[in-house]
Design a binder for this molecule. Structure first.
Ligand SMILES: [Zn+2]
Length: 300
């Protein structure tokens, strides 16, 4: 009897905490890749989830280690059920030729979500995708992507001096932070439908690409001296869905920057078609210890 009551109580709490009306945001965190503190996809996704869990009406789900999988006997197979009913998906993972989104039938799975008006946000390396596989889809779904040798990825201190009026920038103040801010993104022709969210001017030294991979200089990047560059952007698609690209978040510690973190949280809420609060999504500044939680194990 007592056990039954306990089970009922737990179920009731679960029902109260997660209702069908909640917006489901799936945060897909890539496999460990870089050294400690860099590309901490899982730690970043869990930190964002801990903030989103305090937002009424959000059901944030983290899938770690790349595309979600489940055990089928002794084999691991895709578990696309994680995306069932998703209002928005965050891809935070290594991209390029190994981008999990272009493996198997994953582009189709994402495409089906987009057709239903789902939101898609790609963060840091996840914005890089091959131009002939995933590139066209990225233009359609999020408005742009990092194209190898066309775009560039130096480490630099981007000084965000002004922010446009947009739900994603609510409560965000101008800020500057060192990150691997990619730029010269391959956007839709004439930036059709693309709203720049973060813009900053790289120095000529940054344009030299001494910290880019592969190393610069790339003549077309150097030649654009003095030009402002788009580091994050948003689109509202014809199918009613929303897309967002964000090139920073190489360094996990940047989630400790209140403006940086608020902008990312706002973007996730906006992608799920929720109203972003007038002051943006509130969250406590993570402590130094909290920023060390869930880091990937050191690689040998
Ligand atoms: Zn990086």
């Amino acid at each position: 009897m007592k056990i039954t009551s306990l089970v009922c109580g737990v179920l009731l709490v679960a029902l109260v905490l997660t209702s069908a009306a909640d917006k489901k945001i799936v945060l897909v965190a890539g496999r460990p890749s870089h050294g400690p503190g860099d590309h901490e996809f899982r730690a970043g996704a869990l930190l964002l989830k801990s903030c989103l869990d305090k937002v009424p009406g959000v059901n944030a789900v983290v899938a770690s280690n790349g595309w979600p999988t489940k055990l089928d006997g002794d084999k691991r197979i895709d578990d696309n059920s994680v995306f069932d009913g998703a209002d928005a998906v965050m891809l935070f993972m290594d991209g390029g030729g190994g981008h999990p989104a272009i493996k198997g039938d994953h582009l189709r799975i994402l495409g089906d979500l987009m057709k239903k008006g789902g939101g898609l946000g790609c963060y840091h390396y996840a914005v890089e995708i091959p131009k002939d596989k995933g590139g066209p889809e990225s233009l359609e779904w999020i408005g742009g992507y990092y194209e190898d040798r066309w775009s560039t990825n130096p480490h630099w201190d981007a000084d965000i001096k002004t922010l446009p009026k947009h739900p994603i920038t609510r409560g965000v103040q101008p800020f500057h932070v060192v990150d691997e801010w990619y730029y010269n993104i391959r956007f839709r022709p004439d930036m059709k439908g693309v709203t720049p969210i973060l813009v900053a001017k790289p120095s000529d030294e940054t344009r030299e690409g001494k910290t880019s991979s592969p190393r610069g200089p790339y003549p077309h990047i150097v030649a654009a001296s003095g030009r402002e560059e788009v580091l994050a952007w948003a689109v509202e698609r014809d199918d009613g869905g929303r897309g967002f690209g964000f090139t920073g978040a190489h360094f996990h510690k940047n989630f400790g920057n209140d403006n940086f973190r608020k902008l990312v949280l706002n973007s996730l809420v906006w992608l799920a078609k929720m109203e972003v609060p007038a002051d943006g999504v509130a969250s406590a500044t993570p402590t130094a210890d909290e920023l060390k939680q869930n880091l990937d194990p050191k690689r040998k």
